[in-house]
Design a protein around this ligand. Structure first.
Ligand code: CA
Ligand code: CA
Ligand code: CA
Length: 253
């Protein structure tokens, strides 16, 4: 028998025998549990309420609304705020305020859960095509930094601090199998410091570490998924499809 100490010595003597992780090695799998119809036009962003009891989504239509929906896709409420082209939503669990990404206006808008606007932040992006703007938004509950995705041209990750200053700006131009044609939705896992990105056109989810290095991907059955939210207590992934107006539910294991 080789003792643990002997193994450790072998490991230290022969570091070359330690292989790097295979990019195709799957850490997790996802299994489709359910697909629910949504009576909402072009649902484009998704987040779990801080209570953990329901979801919030947005319609990207001009004059579109913010909706509270159940995990089965039933509409539980609608806020009076009328969006311009809302493509993302997140909730700050510390103060229970919502943040939406207004794509064409290049703005992050903070609202209370009655729909009153509290703050409007202009987000600097380089894209000149009006509909290649903000598509994803998430928040870090520890430092209250906002994470924002610009869809494409360029595919950018933008981090704003509490003062709403840009403190990180990175382009997400990955090689296969992590390549994404566009960036459609963002979820931040604050327990593991992972970023989950859904790409509409590439029909995939890519998971990145805190330094934005991708390490896992999942193929999705079709395009137009634009919102992603995860219930970390149950390892359930929720996705909304902008074209089908449907809510997809996956088990992560
Ligand atoms: Ca959309
Ligand atoms: Ca749009
Ligand atoms: Ca867009």
């Amino acid at each position: 028998m080789i003792s643990r100490l002997q193994l450790l010595i072998l490991f230290l003597l022969y570091p070359g025998c330690v292989t790097e992780s295979d990019p195709n090695e799957r850490k997790w799998e996802i299994t489709l549990l359910n697909v629910h119809n949504l009576n909402i036009n072009d649902p484009s962003g998704l987040t779990v309420d801080a209570s953990g009891d329901f979801l919030w989504t947005v319609s990207d239509m001009e004059g579109g609304h913010i909706y509270k929906i159940s995990f089965e896709g039933h509409i539980l409420g609608r806020l009076p705020y009328e969006g311009n082209d809302m493509e993302g939503i997140t909730m700050n669990p510390n103060d229970h305020t919502l943040w939406v990404a207004e794509e064409r206006l290049r703005q992050a808008v903070q609202l209370d859960t009655l729909g009153n606007v509290l703050q409007v932040v202009n987000v600097p992006v380089e894209s000149t095509n009006i509909n290649d703007g903000l598509e994803g938004i998430a928040i870090n509950p520890e430092n209250e930094h906002l994470y924002i995705l610009n869809e494409k041209n360029p595919r950018a990750f933008i981090e704003l601090n509490r003062e709403m200053e840009v403190v990180r700006y990175e382009l997400l131009n990955f090689e296969m199998p992590y390549f994404m044609q566009d960036l459609g939705g963002l979820f931040f896992d604050h327990i593991n410091d992972h970023f989950w990105v859904v790409s509409d056109e590439s029909a995939k989810i890519v998971v990145m570490d805190k330094n934005l290095n991708p390490f896992q991907y999942f193929d999705l059955p079709l395009t137009k998924f634009e919102g992603i939210a995860i219930d970390l207590t149950k390892d359930i992934i929720y996705l909304v499809n902008d074209e089908e107006n449907k809510l997809y539910v996956y088990q992560l294991e």
